[in-house]
Ligand binder design. Sequence first.
Ligand code: C2O
Ligand code: CU
Length: 483
Amino acid sequence: MTKKTQNALDRYGPVSRRAFLARSGAGALALSLPSKLVGAEVGSSKQFALSAGKSTVQLVSESHPTTSVWAYNEIIPGPEIRVRQGDRVGIAVENNLDEETTVHWHGLRVPNAMDGVPHLTQTPIAVGGNFHYQFDVPDAGTYWYHPHQRGFEQVGRGLYGAFIVEEQEPIVVDRDITWVLDDWRLDRDAQIRNDFNNRHDASHNGRVGNTVTINGQIPTTLNVQQGERIRLRLINAANARIFNLEFANHEPWIIALDGQPVEPHHSPTNSIVLGPAMRADLIIDMTADPDQRYQVTDSFYRDLEYTLIDIAYDATARREQLLDTSMSLPLNTMPEPEWAGIERHEIRFNGGMMGNMMMSGNSGMNMMQMMREGKMWTINGVAASGHVMDPLLTLKQGRSYHFELLNDTAWHHPIHLHGHSFRVVSRNGKETQHREWQDTVLMAPEERVGIAFVADSLGDWMFHCHIFEHQAAGMMGVVRVST
Ligand code: C2O
Ligand code: CU
């Protein structure tokens, strides 16, 4: 892998990592999350307060101006909410933006009324208004929260945070670290470019930025010790960027995907692919010698590889022998889909640019009309406008379903179902090895993905592409679960 710094990514302006780092000194950036969070225990429930508003942060180094952002509690990422499996959680959200908002608890199986979808599950939180979310957390794992109102801009400007649910009995590690990954489209003055939701992004691969941050900072170094075992929780909070992370001489174990335990395994390519909204929990044993240095690289987009961060070993070892304690996480509480009598549906995704051709299941006339309205994508032939619509499918509570997702486009799409996790059972007709539970599944161009789940939670649930520009341009539907 050629070593490129982040300026290799830069299609929009010279926001180079080297320039940003020029005056930031040799010291490692602290990659711990800020703790500006009001957390209190009231009775049996844990209370938090989030305020969505405008803020300025030092996103890039001090040799550059601060960046104006929208943030929760004024920090990027928003405060990490950390609770324990089975807890009851209350979150008071205040809206100090100039527009309506909501908060969606991505991947958490909350009751429909707490799901944070504007107009569908709640009235949006008015400017100056507030809303009190309250729910139990049935499953342990790595989740996140973000607005569901104009996500392309609200999330794109910085509204997101990690939501970690600890196991009742966590596995043994030396450190438990969260990396919230994001990318930004910055101009020369380190300000966020205003070109949100433009037609080009919407019809291609979404708003891919030019500056990648971990926990709101341009990362430099992760300091480690030989023999150390790290649990690394990755969260992709980017609007559109897909990551393919390689950890040089290290072989991370994947122990959970989208918060849900999976049999610990190495990826066949030894790299971790993470589409927007997806999470992975890794165990990384620091197997190299003291004083060594390695690069974590991201090589998803061809010819745009760059070094995300360095792993730097201390001069002294933590221990001689690696830990050999179990890294298997206890299963969560999802019901298993029943294969006998499972009900099958096909869901077809169309649209987007392909050379000069729109790939669409619709007629040419329809397509022109759609494009005039800024709609570029369809699910089963329908381009959504807004969150309220007729359901794509109505499911019966308690029944098992198999969806065959057909990506009839030339693009990747991370497809997210609210309120449920599903097993990814096949890709292009071939059974998956781990039948992983996910709430967001990345479909490659032209790929067919089979998912299975029990429709156990009542209500209208969003089912959409998590590239926010695709979602806004129509790639969104509703799945209804009724009695
Ligand atoms: Cu992460 Cu419908 O959202
Ligand atoms: Cu998409």
